[in-house]
Ligand binder design. Structure first.
Ligand code: 3PY
Ligand code: MG
Length: 243
């Protein structure tokens, strides 16, 4: 049973550990470090995770590609989970889940370096990381029911920019298409049928509102750069008090 509450996320692009770690206390419900289009390399991911004081909210890494080496490294660094881009088929989604899971479920390698010990849960089994795959191609859309049904998958996450590009439309036209057979309602329905979370990248107030109305329950509402730019609102609050 998936958590039906709507939870809003922040998307970190700058690759700057202190800024990204600060997002954990921003009041948003989850944080993604973007290693695909954002500037998070291995070291920036590791340094951000090392700065976490408390594990207040889940911190996920969007890896560069559906590659077991990249998925394993993000999890070894201490990420709570991964978001895997450009997943086109149930076989791709199965490969992502397998890469994130130790045997017998999967193929994740265990490298017991100092600080990277495998931490076993109370039942002596390693904790399972959160695994999301991105549906953002026409092939992925066609295969979404099979993708969502992959055992061990937690979330299907839509990249509306790539998906609209691949479908020959615009992000706003994609978000405005509410017909049941339209791409986004189909993805939400596939997730509901499979019992997995439906997530999507806004990242603006308007688009996050539209995505939430469509039924997505994990919605990225802001980039790190938006949150920094929003700092001017503090001066406005001072001006209001002075007025
Ligand atoms: C998309 O919208 O395609 C994304 O991957 C968001 O970064
Ligand atoms: Mg994309």
């Amino acid at each position: 049973m998936t958590d039906p509450a709507v939870r809003f996320g922040a998307w970190a692009t700058l690759g700057e550990p202190r800024t990204a770690a600060a997002l954990e206390t921003s009041g948003l419900d989850w944080v993604v470090l973007d290693a695909q289009h954002g500037h998070f390399d291995d070291r920036a991911v590791r340094d951000t995770l090392a700065l976490r004081r408390e594990r207040r909210v889940p911190l996920l890494v969007r890896v560069r590609a559906n590659d077991p080496g990249l998925i394993g490294r993000a999890l070894d660094a201490g990420a709570d989970g991964v978001i895997v881009p450009l997943v086109d088929s149930a076989a791709d989604a199965e490969a992502a889940v397998a890469a994130a899971s130790y045997p017998p479920r999967g193929v994740r390698s265990w490298g017991p370096l100092p600080g990277l010990e495998r931490t076993d849960g109370a039942d002596g089994r390693p904790p399972r990381p959160f695994v999301a795959v991105m549906v953002e191609t026409a092939q992925g859309l066609d295969a979404v029911a099979g993708i969502a049904a992959v055992d061990g998958l937690d979330m299907v996450f839509v990249g509306p920019f790539d998906l609209s590009l691949r479908l020959g439309t615009t992000v706003d036209a994609l978000l405005a298409d509410l017909r049941p057979e339209a791409p986004l309602p189909r993805i939400v329905a596939a997730c509901r049928d499979a019992g997995v979370l439906a997530g999507a990248f806004g990242p603006s107030v308007e688009r996050a509102t539209a995505l939430t109305r469509l039924g997505f329950t994990r919605v990225v509402v802001a980039l790190d750069t938006d949150l920094l730019a929003g700092g001017a609102a503090l001066a406005d609050r001072v001006r209001e008090r002075l007025a």
